[in-house]
Design a protein around this ligand. Sequence first.
Ligand SMILES: Nc1ncnc2c1ncn2[C@@H]1O[C@H](COP(=O)(O)OP(=O)(O)OP(=O)(O)O)[C@@H](O)[C@H]1O
Ligand SMILES: [Mg+2]
Length: 301
Amino acid sequence: MNSFLSIEKLTQRFPDGAGDELTVFEDASFGVEKGEFVVILGHSGCGKSTIMNILAGLAEPTSGVVKMDGELVRGPSLDRGVVFQNYSLLPWLTTLKNVTFGVQARYPDWSKAKVIAHATEFLAMVGLEGDVIRRKPSQLSGGMRQRVSIARAFANHPKLLLLDEPFGALDALTRGTIQDELLKIWGQMEQTVFMITHDIDEAILLADRILLMTNGPFARVAESVEITIPRPRNRTEIIEHPNYYAIRNHLVQFLGKRSKELSGQPSTPGETNRPTQVRIDKTIPADDPEDQQPALRAVNS
Ligand SMILES: Nc1ncnc2c1ncn2[C@@H]1O[C@H](COP(=O)(O)OP(=O)(O)OP(=O)(O)O)[C@@H](O)[C@H]1O
Ligand SMILES: [Mg+2]
């Protein structure tokens, strides 16, 4: 496969603490195209963060490979920006320095003033302005720390942005603002985004495609659901699109039922385990057999 990001037969096993082995996922294979916004949804513990750590180059899989732009991913790189689930910041640096640190490494030719202006701009974008950017992480709230972590990743303009539940600790208002900013940056920068979230509505708002993961052990990336809702999307209008609830129901069904039914099955040797492509489009009547019987549906409703 020649995807921008190519995940090939990725397997992760860990010692289970009782002398045996836990297979988190086995032979997972999927691709992400350049400029694509892909969200992965799955229950707690299925292996999402583990996949992300491997994509970031921070963990080695038991077997399988990850390639970005045709090159094997080995170790961390400034080309891949990560926002961790636990928003790890450097505790000895101020908020501002937590951001300038990476910008300086990314753009070594920039003057100090330019680096500071750039970092300040991205911090302001996530609502951190004034004295607060001189504070150390320990003097910030959880939500503020998460925002620093987001600003830090965005400011470096990485080719691939890896986001592990980046908005989890944010209040609804800030969350909405940052989702909008993320879409804006993504639209401008031709960035590729791979994001984990537990929020189905957030996933539909942001993604080109949603990958659905079954429960572990032996979790699988079972489906790739295309979000057939045109951009630009707006959180209040999107729910009126005919595809919105059809897609949403499919996702809820998967997470509520099928993620369990499909779990725990080791892969068949030689099988590639690529996700099934799912495309739901109610705007094309032929796509939906029910739409061909409008009279029947009217009687039933
Ligand atoms: N270093 C490790 N050693 C042993 N087991 C691990 C290790 N890291 C993760 N696991 C196990 O692998 C499984 C997947 O963990 P992971 O953190 O990837 O889940 P997740 O899908 O991100 O869950 P959540 O939604 O709760 O963040 C879990 O059962 C976890 O206990
Ligand atoms: Mg996780």
